[in-house]
Design a protein around this ligand. Structure first.
Ligand SMILES: N[C@@H](CCC(=O)N[C@@H](CS)C(=O)NCC(=O)O)C(=O)O
Length: 286
């Protein structure tokens, strides 16, 4: 049975990928141990990998890379956030998926590797196990960028009961503390859905900031709840150390007043240092 193979060093990564035939679909999974959405994505990929049994020569290779531990590899693939998945053949990148969108990952793998062999698929949990919202699969509150679909937006599915204020606040507290620098934005860093969010991502990128993010468009509870919790009516919102820093204008002002404002969150300062709870962001991403 195929599975997601971890690589521990850049050398291991190069060996693992260069030993594959150019026809093999490489599924490179960048993750960080502290990032809650990665726990869900790991399960998704393990499930998916098990649908593609090992063949000779290999037709697929699922490779898992700790983005923090292999910064050069992460940077080479423009990893701006985790989870981040790259599909490639040889050195040709076919697709990249940023965030925890299991459905997109599955669709992309099937597109490039063909549908999973049915014998293996029959042993698997139903597809919705892979594609359902992160909250259902992993009850722990988590920054689940693209998976945290709002139940009320699901076709024909009755909306889940709204969380109590206390539950929501507990979740928001955990989300705002999910990484030392947390960005609540519209869309994802690789596909912002609003100009303000896009500009804030650009500032973070310019300063090489490592950050976690949450796509508030995917979760209306968080979108509306955070406005009240933060006493801040708009997005993007940048949270530092669990405290609201502000929106785009404030962040811009802070950086103008102090060019070293983001020093403690910067990958430029911290490369090589153990980083417990920050999200990979490559400063060179276009
Ligand atoms: N000047 C604001 C701009 C942000 C803004 O006005 N955001 C609006 C439009 S994208 C917003 O989030 N509205 C509330 C909502 O969409 O829920 C900043 O500094 O961040």
């Amino acid at each position: 049975m195929s599975k997601v193979a971890p690589v521990a060093s850049e050398e291991e990564f190069n060996t693992a990928t260069s030993s594959l035939p150019p026809t093999a679909l490489q599924i490179l999974y960048f993750h960080a141990p502290w990032a809650a959405p990665c726990a869900h994505m790991s399960t998704v990929l393990e499930t998916l990998a098990s649908q593609y049994p090992a063949t000779t020569p290999p037709a697929t290779a699922f490779i898992s890379i700790n983005a923090e531990e292999l910064p050069d590899v992460s940077e080479a693939f423009d990893v701006t956030a985790v989870p981040f998945i790259v599909l490639r053949r040889g050195k040709d990148t076919l697709d990249t998926i940023s965030g925890g969108d299991a459905a997109r990952v599955r669709t992309a793998v099937e597109k490039h590797a063909g549908a999973a062999p049915s014998a293996a698929a029959a042993k698997l949990p139903p597809a919705q196990t892979v594609t359902r919202p992160a909250e259902q699969a992993a009850p722990a509150p988590a920054p689940a960028p693209a998976l945290a679909a709002t139940p009320s937006t699901t076709n024909g599915t009755p909306a889940a009961p709204a969380p109590s204020k206390e539950e929501l606040h507990k979740r928001l507290e955990e989300l705002t503390n999910a990484a030392p620098c947390m960005l609540f934005m519209k869309g994802t860093p690789s596909a912002p859905q609003c100009g303000f969010s896009r500009q804030l991502v650009a500032i973070l990128r310019e300063h090489g900031v490592r950050y976690g993010f949450f796509n508030i468009l995917a979760d209306d509870d968080v979108r509306q709840g955070l406005k009240e919790y933060a006493d801040w009516p708009t997005f993007p919102q940048l949270w530092l150390g669990g405290e609201l820093c502000g929106g785009l204008d404030i962040v811009r002002e802070e950086v103008e007043n102090d060019p070293g404002f983001f020093a403690e969150f910067s990958v430029k300062q911290k490369l090589g240092a153990p980083v417990a709870a920050v999200q990979q962001a490559a400063p060179t991403v276009a």
